[in-house]
Design a protein around this ligand. Sequence first.
Ligand SMILES: NC(=O)c1ccc[n+]([C@@H]2O[C@H](COP(=O)([O-])OP(=O)(O)OC[C@H]3O[C@@H](n4cnc5c(N)ncnc54)[C@H](O)[C@@H]3O)[C@@H](O)[C@H]2O)c1
Length: 251
Amino acid sequence: MTISLKTVVVTGAASGLGHSVVLALGKQSVPVWCLDADAGGAEAVATQVRKVGGVAQALPVNISDPVALSSAFERIKNTADPIDGLVTCAGVQNTTRILDLTPEEWDQVMSINLRGTFLCVQHALRAMTQVGRGRIVTIGSDTAKRGGGRMGKAAYGASKGGVVTFTKSVARELAQLKRDIRVNCVCPGPMLTNMHGVMSPEVKEMVESSVPLGRFGTADEVAAGVLFLLSDEASYIYGETLSVDGGVVMD
Ligand SMILES: NC(=O)c1ccc[n+]([C@@H]2O[C@H](COP(=O)([O-])OP(=O)(O)OC[C@H]3O[C@@H](n4cnc5c(N)ncnc54)[C@H](O)[C@@H]3O)[C@@H](O)[C@H]2O)c1
């Protein structure tokens, strides 16, 4: 797999899927900016990449804060080659059932998962449209396609459905520019990451039994899908939503 990118920004780099994407890019010697609200975690993964000879820089930022995010992208612009890759892994889950869901919780989930994705994509595209080249992979969820099941995921599912539709809309709009910029989305299925906190054996079993492959996925398996979409080999894949979910969705 060939990934010919010079400056890739990964959000949610400190944990789970983003962490795996950063390490996988580091192994391919692709320079990465590790963005996360968790400053220590972002620094830790960047250090891990540098220890094995890769190029990585930590940049603590809350992606739901437009002012802080603008400064972060400005800093990258002033210190690195133009951004030509973006992977938006930062996200939060929320499992409050619909009858108890407050407008504040709804807004919090939307401001990180959906508005944060929009803002990061917009910042990255400002650089990519100037150089005429770029690869963007957003992160949706199986929930975007099938709804949130019994677990109170109305806000989360809506935010991820928004990410999928946002990604397709951006891809259609960008097509008119006729630049070498590809935009795609990966929809992971259930993975045992920090996002879920501690899961009881009963819930674990229930989730596993809903997956045709009969198990949780790993962040590395999702990262493999992300890296493929960033690679030159995916040159004709555009506006696509790739499920990496053990067969949960199958559409
Ligand atoms: N874990 C799953 O089962 C699963 C399934 C489908 C989709 N996803 C999606 O994959 C993505 C990664 O999830 P994960 O499982 O790796 O979760 P995770 O909790 O392990 O990692 C999420 C990271 O995002 C960071 N983050 C959260 N809010 C932020 C903010 N406002 N600004 C900057 N950083 C912020 C966190 O600090 C954390 O490092 C998320 O978008 C999630 O919705 C996860």
